[in-house]
Design a binder for this molecule. Structure first.
Ligand SMILES: [Zn+2]
Length: 155
């Protein structure tokens, strides 16, 4: 079976949480590995807070993988470059995040989210470009409107 098919099945069956983010209405958050969103509430809350200043595009999906077992099985299915933090799939317009990163310092998980956003914004897989862009994205002051900050980062 094609791995992409399995992933889409997982995405559907794990879809628990709707698009109700205050600053990022069209980014969808899905949780994996738990029966109820409440079991993954803290990572989802931290993610929502960062999404207010890290402007993923409308229609983007962010999957939060809430358990180590779910993370390992998703890695097997999606087969991204080696990571314990996050990976992005351009074709599926989605970024998958290991909920474990939210136990690290905020500066660390914010950097991970900014790094993945940089891949999305530059539409590139180059790690150096993504790292450079991430450093400017993660510094974005919370008061700036999100669409403008995403564009500013492109220049
Ligand atoms: Zn990267």
């Amino acid at each position: 079976m094609h791995p992409g098919f399995l992933l889409s099945v997982l995405l559907c069956s794990a879809a628990v949480m709707g698009a109700d983010l205050p600053a990022s209405r069209y980014v969808r958050i899905l949780v994996y590995g738990v029966d109820r969103v409440a079991q993954c509430a803290q990572p989802v809350k931290e993610l929502q807070a960062e999404l207010q200043t890290l402007a993923y595009p409308d229609g983007w999906t962010i999957g939060v993988v809430c358990t180590p077992v779910a993370w390992e099985s998703l890695l097997k299915i999606a087969d991204p470059p080696p990571t314990q933090a996050a990976f992005t799939n351009f074709i599926r317009h989605s970024t998958v995040v290991n909920a474990a990163i939210f136990r690290l310092r905020r500066s660390q998980y914010r950097h991970t989210l900014a790094h993945e956003l940089a891949h999305v914004v530059c539409q590139c897989k180059d790690e150096n470009t993504a790292e450079q862009m991430a450093r400017s994205l993660e510094r974005t002051p919370p008061s700036l409107p999100m669409r403008q900050t995403a564009k500013a980062a492109l220049k």
